[in-house]
Design a protein around this ligand. Structure first.
Ligand code: HEM
Length: 262
């Protein structure tokens, strides 16, 4: 498996994210008429920009917070707050992004929710909202018991990565759909269509899945196991990879525990 130094890798992911936002914004500004908030096609243009920025770039950054080596030491609370705040910022961008597309449809009398993209997108946003609420209630509110946090943590991690994957799929299907709708039917007067707008559409189409795929590499990096009280309270063994858990009987301790990477 490819392993890259972690911090340059994060910088690469950040660069890809910024490039995606830049490509989508340039596409909407240069080849799709720019931005407005008036129910017109220019209002629709906020939709791709806000969805890509919120649900892929900011949410992707939130997902990387716990992989930063600085977050493995010291108090965990500031990192939890940063993780939650980035996800909340993503949600705050997604809401006007959705308002833009629904208002655009309403203003033109186009029916809502008629495509695979719209259902996939809405499901993604609903799952995202549930994930944020459940994460906030379990990890940030002080009264959640340690056993509940321990039980819910793997579920949160699983859904976190699934929702990011769904967000990328929504963006790629949305770009594809917009391209399909506009092929041959929409031309901005006086603007030359050619390789430029193909790059502006195809660039994020390729970079978005790349961000998602690349985002899984750093998980290979060794992270020192944290002894979480919750795991012991819940009787679930040890959270850290390759960690020997003293609370388990010897035969269980030795079976199924992967040795640490050399
Ligand atoms: C995570 C990201 C995204 C989500 C959650 C999402 C969600 C949605 C939803 C719920 C609708 C239905 C609105 C309605 O029926 O009135 C919609 C429509 C649409 N979206 Fe997205 N979207 C995302 C990204 C994108 C991107 C990047 C584009 C690129 C241009 C895009 C293009 C479209 C288009 C063309 C429509 C209108 C046609 C349709 O309803 O399928 N979307 N989106």
């Amino acid at each position: 498996m490819l392993e890259l130094p972690f911090l340059p890798f994060c910088a690469l992911l950040g660069g890809l994210g910024v490039a995606c936002v830049a490509f989508v914004s340039a596409w909407c500004q240069q080849w799709r008429g720019g931005f407005a908030w008036d129910g017109s096609a220019r209002m629709f243009n906020w939709h791709p920009v806000l969805m890509v920025t919120g649900l892929v770039v900011l949410y992707g950054a939130a997902a990387l917070v716990y992989r930063l080596p600085f977050s493995w030491r010291g108090p965990k609370l500031p990192w939890k707050v940063l993780h939650g705040a980035l996800a909340l910022a993503a949600f705050c961008l997604a809401v006007p992004g959705l308002v833009a597309v629904f208002s655009f449809h309403d203003a033109r009398g186009t029916p809502n929710m008629y495509s695979l993209h719209s259902w996939l997108g809405l499901a993604t946003v609903l799952l995202f909202s549930c994930q944020w609420l459940a994460g906030f209630a379990s990890f940030l509110l002080p009264w959640a018991p340690a056993w509940l946090r321990a039980l819910y943590k793997p579920v949160h991690v699983f859904f976190g990565s699934t929702i990011l994957m769904l967000a990328v799929a929504s963006c790629v299907s949305g770009i594809n759909e917009k391209l399909f709708f506009s092929l041959g039917t929409w031309r901005r007067p006086g603007v030359q269509h050619g390789p430029g707008d193909r790059w502006a559409q195809g660039g994020p189409g390729a970079a978005l899945p790349a961000i998602r795929t690349a985002g899984s590499f750093p998980s290979r990096h060794e992270k020192p196991p944290r002894r979480s009280r919750g795991w012991r309270v819940a009787g679930l063994g040890c959270p850290g990879r390759g960690e020997r858990c003293p609370s388990l009987p010897k035969e269980k301790r030795d079976n199924g525990v992967r040795p640490s990477a050399p």
